[in-house]
Design a protein around this ligand. Sequence first.
Ligand code: SF4
Ligand code: SF4
Length: 111
Amino acid sequence: MTDKMNSAAMAKPKKWRDVPMAGVAFGATAEAVETGQWRSIRPLWDSEKCISCLICWNQCPDRAVTTDESGKVTGIDEFYCKGCGICAHLCPKDAIEMKPETDFAAARGDR
Ligand code: SF4
Ligand code: SF4
């Protein structure tokens, strides 16, 4: 492929119809993928403030908010949480605070 063809192929699509078809890799389900590795900010859940309204549980795109058998929120699964911040944004009780992952670097053993 020439440079001219390359730049034409990489041009920004003008409409959504111009976006080329793509696919999803076999087996790449949300259950199998550790989306928590994408996270740059981490939600900290405060059990004292939480009223288990389940807004965060309902809106989390990664099913990362955990509940017990009675439907009460028990925390956030860091394996799946990708740090989008939707839960913190929607929480009516400010029970979730987003913190930079760099705050936890020492605990993870990062240098
Ligand atoms: S949105 Fe806030 S108050 Fe409601 S369940 Fe989630 S953390 Fe608790
Ligand atoms: S930050 Fe996003 S992915 Fe993580 S628990 Fe909240 S809504 Fe779910």
